[in-house]
Ligand binder design. Structure first.
Ligand code: NDP
Length: 498
């Protein structure tokens, strides 16, 4: 293992992408950088293979995906160690991430046939002589572009569902976590050695851009909203459909009847797990006046106990060295515009680490409240009541997840959040429930992974009508008579004209 100069920043050496630990600079992986031609070749090979994969049917794919799931479960410690070394994530957090991914593979494999397979649909009186048939057919090749912060969970959230639906997948992992991406496709190839069904191409952003233009039949992107715009623009050239899982600035609302200990515990975890580098992480909190002071005290007490460092801690290093500057800027701007750090503050930024920071009285227009910070920081704001909390939570163009703590009104408040998901009396839990769809609104993206919607995202609806009998009300033919048309008018008036 060789050390490099800037821990965590990937480098390209002799055509190889070298990823390093953000904590120690130790090399984590070395993968060949793909050229445009390599990317096209990978997609062409995947397209040829996809016919074989689709031909296995739901049962054949289910059996293979369950074997892959079993392999991940057996090697969970090994994969968690790689996630830890390459991205700096504490091993326990990596384990939780992989457990969630395993759960999604299992559910997608077991439910794809039921959700996507051929079924009869009811016809209506107007075309009663026809039967309706619906099925969701695979696209062919799905390109998956993933971020570094959840290098197992996010690609698998798209890939497992795309594979279960009968597609081949070409993955472009983040340049910060290529070794984890390669581990995933290698483990899949162990259980599906016959064809290149799930493969990876490596490199910087230009390799992702090449994947968008490579002829993939659908592109599933997870990453920042800024890159999402570029991905959509590239995919627009060929009308390639896209799924966008973008960034977020998720809010938590603490109502007057909340269990404050539970809220504080969940808030600290939701905001600071993975050093706050979580798309659905809690970044801002709105607590109603009656409970604000007690709640802040409880959050500070808990967050203040978290340990920070390279090994065996609660909070690891910031994965992307450049992100430290963003976090520092947000904290400094918050404090210089009237905010108070009740824990941490500007001195909490000690690259590559950021210590837990809790900010109060931060103006709503501050970057710490409006932009993705992606660090172990929280802003907590005092609000009059739940209505004001909802209005402030909904004031941004992001809308990924959210959390509400309370009793009587909590579910009603969760429904009013301008977001694709919400957890009541917990944080982030919707991500692990494979039966629920995952995705955002507004700048956080569109389309869904996970659950039935997540399976349908990777299949094209195919509709077939089949004649069962002669038409009693012939209309879609030049053979119809004026009497037929008059009868049709009469029937329609009787059915719908009242
Ligand atoms: P980026 O948008 O920087 O990168 C995401 C992926 O896109 C990477 O693989 C990147 O490659 C690639 N990429 C970069 N430029 C292009 C391009 N022009 N065309 C195609 N692909 C490109 O995001 P991060 O990796 O920094 O991830 C953090 C972001 O992801 C946060 O905003 C977070 O909220 C969001 N996210 C959203 C989730 C969701 O489910 N909604 C889940 C997890 C994270 P490279 O790394 O080589 O530059």
């Amino acid at each position: 293992m060789t050390a490099v100069h800037v821990p965590g920043n990937p480098v390209i050496e002799a055509g190889q992408l070298v990823s390093t630990s953000p904590a120690t600079g130790v090399e984590a992986g070395r993968l060949p950088v793909a050229t445009d031609a390599d990317v096209r070749r990978a997609v062409d090979r995947a397209r040829a293979a996809s016919e074989w994969w689709a031909g296995l049917g739901f049962t054949g794919r289910r059996e293979r995906l369950l074997r892959w799931r079993a392999l991940l479960a057996k090697r969970i410690e090994q994969l968690a160690e790689l996630v830890h070394v390459e991205g700096g994530k504490p091993v326990a957090d990596a384990i939780v991430e992989i457990v969630t991914a395993i759960e999604h593979i299992d559910w997608a494999a077991r439910n794809a046939g039921r959700v996507l397979g051929p079924r009869r649909v009811r016809s209506r009186l107007i075309l009663a002589e026809f039967s309706g048939h619906l099925e969701y057919q695979p696209y062919g090749v799905v390109g998956v572009i993933g971020p570094w912060n959840y290098p197992v969970f996010t690609p698998i959230g798209s890939a497992a569902y795309a594979l279960a639906a009968g597609n081949a997948v070409v993955l472009k992992p983040s340049e910060y976590t290529p070794a984890v991406g390669q581990w995933l496709v290698d483990s899949f190839a162990e259980v599906v050695p016959e064809q290149p069904i799930f493969t990876a191409v490596h490199g910087l952003g230009d390799v992702g851009a090449a994947l968008c233009r490579s002829g993939v039949n659908k592109l599933a992107f997870t990453g920042s909203t800024a890159t999402a715009r570029k991905v959509m623009a590239a995919c627009a050239e060929t009308l390639t459909p896209v799924l966008i899982e973008g960034g977020g600035k998720d809010a938590m609302i603490v109502d007057s009847d909340a269990d404050l200990d539970a809220a504080a515990e969940a808030c600290v975890w939701g905001g600071m797990t993975n050093a706050g580098q979580t798309c659905i992480g809690i970044e801002r909190v709105y607590a109603v006046d009656q409970v604000f002071d007690t709640f802040v005290d409880k959050v500070v007490a808990r967050a203040g106990r978290l340990t920070v460092g390279p090994e065996g801690t609660d909070i690891g290093p910031i994965t992307m060295p450049g992100q430290v500057d963003v976090i520092r800027r947000h904290i400094e701007a918050a404090v210089s515009s009237g905010g108070r750090a009740v824990l941490g503050g500007p001195n909490a930024v000690q690259p590559p680490y950021v210590h837990p920071t809790v900010l109060v009285d931060v103006p709503e227009e501050s970057a710490a409240v409006r932009e993705e910070t992606f660090g172990p920081t929280l802003t907590i704001s005092r609000v009059r009541d739940a209505d004001e909390a909802v209005a402030r939570a909904n004031a941004l163009s992001y809308g990924l997840g959210g959390s509400v703590f309370g009793r009587r009104r909590a579910v009603a408040i969760a429904r009013r959040l301008h977001s694709g998901m919400a957890s009541v009396n917990s944080t982030l839990t919707f991500a692990g429930m494979s039966t629920l769809p995952f995705g955002g609104v507004g700048d956080s993206g569109f389309g869904r992974i996970h659950g039935e919607d997540g399976l349908r995202e990777f299949g094209r609806a195919k509709a077939i009508t089949r004649r069962r009998a002669r038409s009693l009300l012939p209309s879609m033919t030049f053979e119809r008579t004026p009497t037929d048309v008059a009868r049709l008018v009469k029937v329609i008036k009787a059915m719908y004209g009242r």
